[in-house]
Design a protein around this ligand. Structure first.
Ligand SMILES: Nc1ncnc2c1ncn2[C@@H]1O[C@H](COP(=O)(O)OP(=O)(O)O)[C@@H](O)[C@H]1O
Ligand SMILES: Cc1ncc(COP(=O)(O)O)c(N)n1
Length: 264
């Protein structure tokens, strides 16, 4: 059983964050572990509070998992502040963790700010250089390069992000007109396409995607194949999104496709 560690934040509504990551790990057939860096009071409508743990609490969890269970891939999600980004980068580096997927979570589907603005520089200087791949969505990608969102300039944006140190960049396409993800590995571009589901129940799509990507890297797939499989898992989770859960954008359902037809 391959082991994938999520370093991220709890979502009390369980649509995104650590909870979405564990569902995606189960869907992908890997053993998921967690280092929880903060917790949100959150539902499908919004985020009413964020409580961040001290960075040492995150470091201790990462060390506990690495020293006994082991780590075949790691995914970082919402890290909230600069001190945490720095501590997580330090632990990944010190422990030599492989297959590092960095999802630079900045804003929730509901509009809540999930990253303090001064942490962006720490991402660029400390965490991106350790990343196998970073997975910003369209808005995050342009925010990171400090430019207004322009779908026609996604390739330029990916090149600028790649120069910040990750081995590869994937700008996820859920908020673009085509829905395609864009992969840039420093040599060429690859568009990952698939059916776009007309669903509003996308809370947790990005978390599901980056966790699935880390899972497929742990399972030994190359970046292109892992990206294509992760897109398929995220897309299927959106297709089966749970509109009946909560009043806002419903949570994605990572196991929806797998459970179809199973007696309940
Ligand atoms: N309506 C949709 N239909 C199919 N795939 C989708 C849809 N929305 C998002 N996805 C896929 O889910 C993944 C996460 O996408 P995105 O929405 O860009 O991230 P985030 O949730 O961080 O904003 C991507 O692979 C994207 O292509
Ligand atoms: C704790 C936490 N982490 C991440 C997200 C982003 O969610 P999404 O996957 O929809 O971009 C979130 N809303 N809450």
């Amino acid at each position: 059983m391959k082991r994938v560690l999520s370093i991220a934040t709890s979502d009390s509504g369980a649509g995104a964050g650590i909870q979405a990551d564990l569902k995606a790990f189960l869907r992908c057939g890997v053993y998921g572990t967690t280092a929880i860096v903060a917790t949100t009071a959150q539902n499908t409508v919004g985020v009413t509070d964020i409580f961040a743990f001290p960075p040492e609490v995150a470091e201790k969890q990462i060390e506990a998992v690495a020293s006994d269970i082991g780590v075949d891939a790691v995914k970082t999600g919402m890290l909230f502040n600069a001190g945490m980004v720095s501590a997580v980068a330090g632990a990944i580096d010190r422990l030599g963790l492989p297959n590092v997927v960095v999802d630079p979570v900045m804003v929730a589907e509901s509009g809540a700010v999930l990253l303090e603005p001064d942490a962006v520089e720490t991402y660029k200087s400390e965490l991106f250089p350790l990343a196998t791949v970073i997975t910003p969505n369209l808005n995050e990608a342009f925010a990171l390069v400090g430019e207004p969102v322009d779908e026609d300039r996604m390739e330029d944006c990916a090149v600028t992000l790649h120069a910040m140190g990750p081995k590869a960049v994937i700008i996820t396409g859920g908020h673009t007109s085509t829905g395609a993800d864009l992969l840039y590995d420093g040599e060429g571009f690859k568009r990952i396409e698939g059916p776009v589901h007309p669903s509003e129940n996308t809370h947790g799509a990005g978390c599901t995607y980056s966790s699935s990507l880390a899972s497929f890297l742990a399972l030994g797939y190359g970046i292109e194949e892992a990206a294509s499989r992760a897109h398929a898992v995220a897309s299927e989770a959106v297709e089966h999104g749970l509109g009946e859960i909560g009043e806002g954008a419903g949570p994605v359902h990572a196991l929806g496709g797998v459970l179809k037809g199973v007696a309940q």
